[in-house]
Design a protein around this ligand. Structure first.
Ligand SMILES: *[C@@H]1O[C@H](CO)[C@@H](O)[C@H](O)[C@H]1NC(C)=O
Ligand SMILES: *[C@@H]1O[C@H](CO)[C@@H](O)[C@H](O)[C@H]1NC(C)=O
Length: 291
C-alpha cells in the first residue's frame, strides 16, 4: 500500500502542475487577464510567442510585426475561438495552416501584407463566423475555392485590397453570408466584372453601405466609375461575349464545316470533271459522226 502511495504522489504532483501551467502560463511580454485570454497587442513581436497556454481561446496578437503563422499553430492551439492578427506583416498563408481550426469563430487578418488567398485556405473552419481580410493592399488573388467549407461564415471583409476581379462562385459558395465589404478595390469594369455586378445588385442588402465606395475602372481609359452610376445595361455589350464552351463549339463547328466544305468541293470537282469527260466523249462521238 505505502510504496504505491509513494509512487502516486509525484505523479499526481506532475499532473496537477501541468494542469496549472496549462491555465496559468503567460508569455513574458503578454497579459493574461483571464484563463482563456492571452493579450500580446502592440508588443513589437516579430514572431508568435512561445509558451502560450495550450488551452487559450482568445489570442490577441494585433499591432505587431509577425510575418508568418507556424504551420502547426492551430493544431497546437485547437481551442482557439478568437484569433486577432490584425496589423502585422503576414505575407503568406501556408497551405494547411488554417484548415484544422474547427472551433475558430473570429479571425482577423486585416491590415497585413497578404498577396493571395489560395483555394482551400480555410478548409475545415466550419465554425468561422467573421473573417476580416481587408487592408491588404497587395491582395489581388482569391482562389476559386478559397472560402469553400465556410458554411457558417456571416461576415466577410475584403475591402481596400488590390482586387481587380472576383469570381462570383466564391461568394455563392457562402450560404450564411450576411455582410460583405468590397469597397476600395481597383475593380476592372470588364465583362468578367459584369457577373459580379449582377450579383452585387441582387445582394445589395449584404453590403453595409450599398454600392457606395465601390468603383471600377473603364477598360479604355482607366477612368474610375462609381458602381452606383452603372446599371446592368452598362454591361450589355458583354451579353454577346463568348464563353470558352461557346468558343469550342464555334471552333469545332468551324472544323466540321470546313471538312464538309472540302468534301463537297471534292465531290463537285469530280462531278464537273466527270461531266467534262462525258461531254468531251460525246463531242468526240459527234465529231466522228460528222466526219
Ligand atoms: C499597427 O502596428 C504598428 C506597430 O505596433 C503601430 O505603430 C501602428 O499604430 C498600428 N496601426 C494601427 C492602425 O493600429
Ligand atoms: C509588402 O509586400 C510588397 C510586395 O509583395 C513588398 O514590396 C513590401 O515591401 C511589403 N511590405 C511590408 C511592410 O512587408
Amino acid at each position: 500500500m505505502l510504496p504505491c502511495i509513494n509512487w502516486l504522489q509525484p505523479l499526481l504532483a506532475l499532473i496537477s502542475s501541468t494542469l496549472l501551467t496549462r491555465g496559468h502560463n503567460c508569455p513574458s511580454s503578454c497579459l493574461c487577464p483571464d484563463h482563456h485570454t492571452v493579450d500580446c497587442t502592440g508588443r513589437g513581436l516579430t514572431r508568435v510567442p512561445d509558451s502560450i497556454p495550450l488551452d487559450v481561446r482568445r489570442l490577441l496578437l494585433s499591432n505587431n510585426w509577425i510575418p508568418w503563422i507556424p504551420a502547426d499553430f492551430l493544431v497546437l492551439y485547437s481551442d482557439l475561438v478568437y484569433l486577432d492578427l490584425r496589423n502585422n506583416s503576414l505575407y503568406q498563408l501556408d497551405p494547411g495552416t488554417l484548415t484544422t481550426s474547427s472551433r475558430l469563430v473570429f479571425l482577423d487578418l486585416g491590415s497585413n501584407n497578404l498577396t493571395e488567398i489560395p483555394s482551400g485556405t480555410f478548409g475545415e473552419s466550419r465554425s468561422l463566423i467573421k473573417l476580416r481580410l481587408g487592408n491588404n493592399p497587395y491582395l489581388n488573388m482569391v482562389g476559386r475555392d478559397a472560402f469553400t467549407g465556410l458554411t457558417s461564415l456571416r461576415e466577410l471583409e475584403l475591402e481596400r485590397n488590390g482586387l481587380t476581379e472576383l469570381d462570383v462562385d466564391i461568394l455563392e459558395s457562402l450560404p450564411s453570408l450576411r455582410m460583405l465589404r468590397l469597397e476600395g478595390n481597383p475593380w476592372f469594369c470588364n465583362c468578367h466584372f459584369a457577373k459580379l455586378f449582377v450579383w452585387l445588385m441582387e445582394n445589395r442588402h449584404k453590403l453595409p453601405r450599398g454600392m457606395e465606395g465601390i468603383e471600377c475602372s473603364l477598360p479604355l481609359d482607366g477612368r474610375r466609375v462609381p458602381l452606383s452610376l452603372l446599371t446592368e445595361d452598362s454591361f450589355r455589350e458583354c451579353r454577346g461575349t463568348l464563353t470558352i464552351t461557346d468558343y469550342l463549339i464555334v471552333i469545332f463547328s468551324g472544323i466540321s464545316v470546313s471538312v464538309v466544305a472540302i468534301m463537297a468541293s471534292f465531290f463537285l470537282a469530280s462531278t464537273v470533271h466527270c461531266f467534262q469527260r462525258l461531254s468531251k466523249g460525246s463531242k468526240g462521238d459527234e465529231e466522228e459522226g460528222i466526219d
